[in-house]
Design a protein around this ligand. Structure first.
Ligand SMILES: [Zn+2]
Length: 176
Protein backbone atom coordinates (compact mmCIF):
# COMPACT_ATOMS: atom_id res chain seq x y z
CA UNK A 1 0.00 0.00 0.00
CA UNK A 2 1.40 3.34 -0.99
CA UNK A 3 0.18 6.92 -0.72
CA UNK A 4 1.04 10.34 -2.04
CA UNK A 5 -1.95 12.55 -2.80
CA UNK A 6 -3.72 9.39 -3.94
CA UNK A 7 -3.57 5.95 -2.40
CA UNK A 8 -2.89 2.75 -4.25
CA UNK A 9 -2.10 -0.83 -3.47
CA UNK A 10 -0.39 -3.66 -5.27
CA UNK A 11 -1.76 -7.14 -4.64
CA UNK A 12 1.01 -9.71 -5.02
CA UNK A 13 -0.07 -13.34 -5.32
CA UNK A 14 2.62 -16.03 -5.52
CA UNK A 15 5.20 -13.35 -6.36
CA UNK A 16 3.13 -11.89 -9.17
CA UNK A 17 1.27 -8.62 -9.41
CA UNK A 18 -2.49 -9.03 -9.66
CA UNK A 19 -3.71 -6.75 -12.49
CA UNK A 20 -7.39 -7.61 -12.35
CA UNK A 21 -9.67 -8.21 -15.30
CA UNK A 22 -9.54 -4.59 -16.56
CA UNK A 23 -6.23 -3.55 -15.02
CA UNK A 24 -7.78 -1.75 -12.05
CA UNK A 25 -6.85 -4.11 -9.22
CA UNK A 26 -5.38 -2.34 -6.20
CA UNK A 27 -7.49 0.85 -6.25
CA UNK A 28 -7.51 0.91 -2.47
CA UNK A 29 -7.85 4.72 -2.41
CA UNK A 30 -11.39 4.39 -3.74
CA UNK A 31 -12.59 1.80 -1.27
CA UNK A 32 -15.41 3.47 0.68
CA UNK A 33 -14.59 4.15 4.32
CA UNK A 34 -17.74 6.15 5.06
CA UNK A 35 -20.43 5.47 2.44
CA UNK A 36 -22.22 8.76 3.21
CA UNK A 37 -19.00 10.80 3.19
CA UNK A 38 -18.01 13.59 0.78
CA UNK A 39 -18.21 13.05 -2.98
CA UNK A 40 -15.07 11.76 -4.67
CA UNK A 41 -13.76 12.33 -8.20
CA UNK A 42 -14.32 8.62 -8.93
CA UNK A 43 -18.09 9.06 -8.59
CA UNK A 44 -18.31 7.43 -5.17
CA UNK A 45 -18.51 8.93 -1.67
CA UNK A 46 -16.33 8.76 1.39
CA UNK A 47 -13.39 7.01 -0.31
CA UNK A 48 -10.21 6.24 1.64
CA UNK A 49 -8.28 8.96 -0.24
CA UNK A 50 -10.52 11.60 1.29
CA UNK A 51 -9.39 10.59 4.77
CA UNK A 52 -5.83 9.32 4.34
CA UNK A 53 -4.41 10.98 1.20
CA UNK A 54 -1.69 13.58 1.89
CA UNK A 55 -3.87 16.59 1.09
CA UNK A 56 -6.73 15.22 3.15
CA UNK A 57 -4.48 14.76 6.19
CA UNK A 58 -3.03 18.28 5.77
CA UNK A 59 -6.54 19.74 5.56
CA UNK A 60 -7.66 17.80 8.64
CA UNK A 61 -4.64 19.20 10.50
CA UNK A 62 -5.47 22.77 9.37
CA UNK A 63 -2.37 23.03 7.13
CA UNK A 64 -1.97 24.16 3.52
CA UNK A 65 -0.65 21.60 1.02
CA UNK A 66 2.89 22.69 0.11
CA UNK A 67 5.96 21.22 -1.54
CA UNK A 68 7.13 18.71 1.04
CA UNK A 69 3.90 17.35 2.47
CA UNK A 70 5.38 14.36 4.25
CA UNK A 71 8.26 16.41 5.69
CA UNK A 72 5.81 18.98 7.00
CA UNK A 73 3.55 16.37 8.60
CA UNK A 74 6.34 14.26 10.10
CA UNK A 75 8.17 17.36 11.38
CA UNK A 76 5.07 18.67 13.12
CA UNK A 77 4.18 15.24 14.48
CA UNK A 78 7.69 14.86 15.90
CA UNK A 79 7.30 18.20 17.66
CA UNK A 80 4.12 16.90 19.25
CA UNK A 81 1.64 19.04 17.25
CA UNK A 82 -1.70 17.73 18.54
CA UNK A 83 -3.73 18.64 15.43
CA UNK A 84 -1.27 16.81 13.15
CA UNK A 85 -1.10 13.78 15.43
CA UNK A 86 -4.92 13.63 15.57
CA UNK A 87 -5.14 13.90 11.77
CA UNK A 88 -2.62 11.07 11.34
CA UNK A 89 -4.44 8.97 13.95
CA UNK A 90 -7.69 9.42 11.99
CA UNK A 91 -5.91 8.63 8.72
CA UNK A 92 -4.55 5.43 10.28
CA UNK A 93 -8.07 4.48 11.38
CA UNK A 94 -9.39 5.05 7.84
CA UNK A 95 -6.54 2.97 6.40
CA UNK A 96 -7.36 0.19 8.86
CA UNK A 97 -11.04 0.23 7.88
CA UNK A 98 -10.27 0.10 4.15
CA UNK A 99 -7.63 -2.60 4.62
CA UNK A 100 -10.07 -4.75 6.60
CA UNK A 101 -12.01 -5.40 3.40
CA UNK A 102 -8.87 -6.44 1.55
CA UNK A 103 -7.57 -8.60 4.40
CA UNK A 104 -10.90 -10.35 4.97
CA UNK A 105 -11.22 -11.01 1.25
CA UNK A 106 -7.65 -12.10 0.47
CA UNK A 107 -6.13 -13.28 3.78
CA UNK A 108 -2.65 -12.01 2.79
CA UNK A 109 0.61 -12.98 4.47
CA UNK A 110 1.22 -9.33 5.33
CA UNK A 111 0.42 -5.72 4.49
CA UNK A 112 3.38 -3.46 3.65
CA UNK A 113 3.28 0.32 3.95
CA UNK A 114 5.35 2.10 1.30
CA UNK A 115 5.68 5.42 -0.50
CA UNK A 116 4.92 8.52 1.51
CA UNK A 117 3.12 6.41 4.09
CA UNK A 118 6.40 4.88 5.24
CA UNK A 119 7.64 8.28 6.46
CA UNK A 120 4.49 8.75 8.53
CA UNK A 121 4.31 5.19 9.82
CA UNK A 122 5.13 5.96 13.48
CA UNK A 123 1.92 8.00 13.77
CA UNK A 124 -0.29 5.98 11.41
CA UNK A 125 0.50 2.46 12.53
CA UNK A 126 -0.99 2.36 16.05
CA UNK A 127 -4.54 3.24 14.97
CA UNK A 128 -4.19 1.34 11.67
CA UNK A 129 -3.12 -1.85 13.44
CA UNK A 130 -5.73 -1.69 16.17
CA UNK A 131 -8.57 -0.94 13.73
CA UNK A 132 -7.48 -3.76 11.43
CA UNK A 133 -7.06 -6.27 14.28
CA UNK A 134 -10.43 -5.34 15.75
CA UNK A 135 -12.26 -5.84 12.45
CA UNK A 136 -10.42 -8.78 10.86
CA UNK A 137 -12.30 -12.08 10.92
CA UNK A 138 -9.22 -14.32 11.15
CA UNK A 139 -5.96 -13.88 13.10
CA UNK A 140 -4.45 -10.36 12.94
CA UNK A 141 -2.57 -9.69 9.69
CA UNK A 142 0.97 -8.34 10.23
CA UNK A 143 1.55 -4.76 9.00
CA UNK A 144 5.12 -3.69 8.27
CA UNK A 145 6.92 -0.70 6.75
CA UNK A 146 8.81 -1.06 3.47
CA UNK A 147 12.57 -0.52 3.86
CA UNK A 148 12.57 0.86 0.28
CA UNK A 149 10.94 4.14 1.37
CA UNK A 150 9.43 6.42 -1.26
CA UNK A 151 11.19 4.59 -4.13
CA UNK A 152 9.42 1.28 -3.39
CA UNK A 153 6.45 1.65 -5.77
CA UNK A 154 8.76 2.62 -8.67
CA UNK A 155 11.08 -0.31 -8.01
CA UNK A 156 8.08 -2.62 -7.87
CA UNK A 157 6.81 -1.31 -11.22
CA UNK A 158 10.26 -1.77 -12.78
CA UNK A 159 10.52 -5.27 -11.32
CA UNK A 160 7.18 -6.31 -12.80
CA UNK A 161 8.40 -5.30 -16.30
CA UNK A 162 11.77 -7.03 -15.89
CA UNK A 163 10.05 -10.13 -14.58
CA UNK A 164 7.92 -10.36 -17.72
CA UNK A 165 11.08 -10.31 -19.87
CA UNK A 166 12.82 -12.92 -17.73
CA UNK A 167 9.76 -15.18 -17.83
CA UNK A 168 9.55 -15.09 -21.63
CA UNK A 169 12.62 -13.56 -23.37
CA UNK A 170 11.46 -14.72 -26.81
CA UNK A 171 8.36 -12.49 -26.59
CA UNK A 172 10.63 -9.42 -26.54
CA UNK A 173 12.79 -10.75 -29.39
CA UNK A 174 9.66 -11.32 -31.51
CA UNK A 175 8.44 -7.78 -30.92
CA UNK A 176 11.83 -6.21 -31.79
ZN1 LIG B 1 -13.17 7.66 -4.91
Amino acid sequence: MSAEVGIGAAVVVDGRLLHGNRGFAGELGHVPVRPEGPECACGGRGCLEQYAGEDAVLRAAGLEPGEDRVGLLSGRAEQGDAAVRDALHEAGTALGIALTGAVNLLDPESVVLGGALSGLAPWLLPSLRSELARRTAGPPCPVSVSPLGPEGPLLGAAHSVVRGVLDDPTAVAERA
